[in-house]
Design a protein around this ligand. Structure first.
Ligand code: HGY
Ligand code: MN
Ligand code: MN
Length: 411
């Protein structure tokens, strides 16, 4: 029996082919969820999966499942996967690596003529980044029962397009029910999106858990007015009020130790005209911390800071919590399987913790789940300069291959 082997060149070339779909101006990737570019990437993944002998199905939120049958088709599958959508100025590896490494595992097993006892499924989860419809991990959230399908399909982008409408438009409003079937376990492989592995010269991270995260929309309402004629004392300037609130919100991080991470990344201004005093501003807040209670306290402090400023400036304030997930601890059995797979292949490995959110966090609520990290250049991600080394991608995929084999078993 031949040993299965990851084909590093094939894995790398797959990333380069995917990166050509939705290039961004600065040499990165701009493939927002459910756009025409996402449709093209989905088609490519589907074609490659079918060429590798997988049966492909799509569920009602557009998640794509590529299934390699096992000798025991009735047994819940060993699942792996991530996402093909990117940030507006993203890179070629965030998410894509988790889908293509899963596909490479299937290809390596095919090449070696290895059948597994359990089925294997490789998944592209819909809209992990949340950069278009205002909330992340849509596909895996609905799949894991953490978001309702209907209200998720009703989410809209800045132009009023709904998730439902866009899934239908690109042809990925699938017929299959979302979730509700057993999974043996789920592995997600991902670039670290931080500097630890690269700084320590370690090729693989066995991810023990991920921090909690809460997202908000803050809407500040004042009154439009003429920029040239309305005296300062009479203004109810939503932009100035928001600017003070954003400064206060981000500085809440300094009040807790260790600091939560707090980001205001998205701003909508009405009417967004140079010489009209803004009447309404909506801004996002992304806040995260390993401790659920500290994150909740930070949320209360941010709310209080905004209320004080709104009161002082005579502004109306609305704060909507758009997402929340508690911190998670991944399945110790899955984490150990990853450590063992690395050790058996002589691949350097250390335990690590995830600051970023991932679909595996949602899957951890419905099955044993684990994550594998590999280094990325200078830890840079959510940036067009995102980069990784072929040898690290291949080493990670080797660990994924043997973790999956350990769980799926040889027939
Ligand atoms: O935001 C996140 O943590 C993920 O990278 N989308
Ligand atoms: Mn990602
Ligand atoms: Mn990301």
């Amino acid at each position: 029996m031949t040993e299965p082997k990851i084909d590093s060149r094939r894995l790398w070339d797959g990333h380069m082919a995917m990166a050509e779909i939705g290039p961004s101006p600065g040499g990165g990737t701009a493939r927002l969820a459910l756009t025409d570019f996402d449709r093209e990437a989905r088609h490519l993944f589907r074609r490659w999966a079918e060429e590798a002998g997988c049966a492909v199905r799509v569920d009602g939120i557009g998640n794509i499942f590529a299934r390699r049958e096992g000798e025991d088709p009735g047994h819940p599958p060993v699942m792996t996967g991530s996402h093909l959508d990117t940030q507006p100025l993203g890179g070629p590896f965030d998410g894509i690596y988790g889908v293509l490494a899963g596909l490479e595992v299937v290809r390596a097993l095919n090449d070696a003529g290895i059948a597994t006892r359990l089925p294997i499924e490789v998944v592209d989860w819909t809209d992990e980044e949340g950069a278009r419809f205002g909330a992340g991990c849509l596909g895996s959230n609905v799949f894991a029962g953490r978001r309702a399908l209907d209200n998720t399909l009703a989410l809209t982008d800045a132009h009023g397009n709904t998730v439902r409408g866009e899934l239908e438009r690109i042809g990925y409003a699938g017929p299959k029910p979302v979730g509700g079937f057993p999974i043996d376990c789920f592995f997600e492989i991902h670039i670290e999106q931080g500097p630890i592995l690269e700084n320590e010269g370690i090729q693989v991270g066995a991810v023990e858990g991920a921090q909690a995260s809460t997202g908000y929309w803050v809407t500040v309402t004042g009154e439009e007015g003429h920029a040239g004629t309305l005296p300062m004392a009479l203004r109810r300037d939503a932009m100035h009020g928001s600017a003070r609130m954003i400064d206060a919100v981000v500085n809440v991080a300094m009040d807790f130790d260790p600091h939560p991470v707090i980001t205001v990344g998205h701003l909508r201004v009405r009417p967004n005209s140079r010489n009209t005093i803004p009447g309404q501003v909506t801004f996002s807040i992304d806040s995260r911390h390993p401790d659920n209670d500290i994150l909740a306290s930070a949320g209360a402090a941010m709310r209080a800071a905004c209320e004080t400023i709104a009161e002082d400036r005579g502004l109306e304030l609305e704060i909507e919590q758009t997402s929340h997930r508690d911190s998670v601890v991944f399945d110790p059995g899955c984490v150990q399987t990853i450590r063992d797979a690395a050790a058996a292949r002589g691949i350097s490995c250390r335990d690590i913790y995830s600051g970023a959110g991932h679909d595996a966090i949602n899957l951890s609520h419905v099955c044993p789940a684990g994550m594998i990290f590999v280094p990325c250049e200078k830890g840079v991600s959510h940036n067009e300069a995102e980069n990784a080394k072929p040898e690290d991608l291949a080493a990670g995929a080797e660990v994924l291959l043997h973790a999956i084999l350990a769980r799926a078993g040889r027939a």
